[in-house]
Design a protein around this ligand. Structure first.
Ligand SMILES: Nc1ncnc2c1ncn2[C@@H]1O[C@H](COP(=O)(O)OP(=O)(O)OP(=O)(O)O)[C@@H](O)[C@H]1O
Length: 253
């Protein structure tokens, strides 16, 4: 579905991503792991068009997308989640979804002020879509609650719903389980498996190794910008280079 060939991103003299070859297969859960500063987030930002590579090539469903911007990648079907801090805390869960979706639909200010037929039709569609994705991520009963009043885990589900509202084929999850407890993490892992069984392709950055080992079909390991390994969870957990660079004693303990 998505292919990176020799993708490199430099910031001044710092090579954040260094000649990475990588494939995301349709229908799979692919994970990117690696120590802090390894280049994981930068790689995500390259895939979804927030950054353009310094060199190398990206293709999505056979189309060259190396120079595409984020709104173009969103249209092609690539969405990423943001940290929950990007939610409007005082607004309700549903309004967060509607505003997020409206930012991506077609009506302009004129339509909104005049409440044209197009605007009303889009508004209705946004609302329907919002309710549908809130149901999918399991927070529909919280739709009318202000975001500030719901749990961290529920907020993380809302952040995922926000990405799903754009109807992506590929969804990129950036540390979805950061800062939540073990029970909540397991609930979130179930949701990610549900996304896969609903037909989404998932790529995930996560530090919680147990979760990744359970979820991922394939894992890529980055270290200092370079890919040092790629394989199934079992292959990765036995890979000497990975154990040395990242997993260390902590994983085996
Ligand atoms: N916008 C930027 N401008 C300059 N340097 C950047 C920028 N974004 C990232 N970097 C640098 O690129 C390198 C890789 O950072 P990146 O955030 O991609 O790593 P990461 O693996 O996601 O780390 P973490 O797990 O801590 O989030 C770091 O040295 C970082 O300082």
């Amino acid at each position: 579905m998505l292919k990176a060939e020799q993708v490199t991103k430099r910031f001044g003299g710092n090579t954040a991503v260094n000649a990475v070859d990588f494939t995301i297969n349709e229908g799979e859960i692919t994970a990117i792991i690696g120590p802090n500063g390894a280049g994981k987030t930068t790689f995500f930002n390259l895939i979804c068009g927030y950054f353009q590579p310094t060199s190398g090539r990206l293709t999505f469903e056979g189309q060259d997308v190396t120079r595409k911007r984020s709104h173009q990648m969103a249209k092609l079907g690539v969405a990423r989640t943001f940290q929950t801090t990007k939610l409007f805390e005082q607004a309700t869960v549903l309004d967060n979804l509607i505003v997020g979706h409206r930012l991506r639909t077609k009506s302009g200010l004129w339509d909104a002020v005049m409440r044209t037929r197009r605007y009303k039709k889009e508004e209705h569609k946004c609302r329907e879509k919002a309710l549908q994705v809130l149901d999918l991520v399991g927070v529909l009963p919280l739709a009318d609650r202000p975001v500030a009043s719901i749990s961290q885990e529920a907020q993380k589900r809302v952040a995922i719903a926000l990405a799903l509202a754009t109807d992506p084929k590929l969804i990129l999850l950036d540390e979805p389980a950061a800062g939540i407890n073990a029970d909540e993490t397991s609930g979130l892992a179930d949701l990610i498996l549900k996304l896969k069984s609903s037909g989404y392709t998932v790529c995930i950055i996560e530090h919680k190794m147990q979760m990744i080992m359970k979820l991922a079909d394939r894992i890529m390991v980055l270290n200092q910008g370079a890919k040092i390994a790629e394989g199934t969870p079992q292959e990765i957990s036995q890979n000497e280079t990975v154990i040395e660079a990242y997993l260390g004693g902590a994983y085996h303990a």
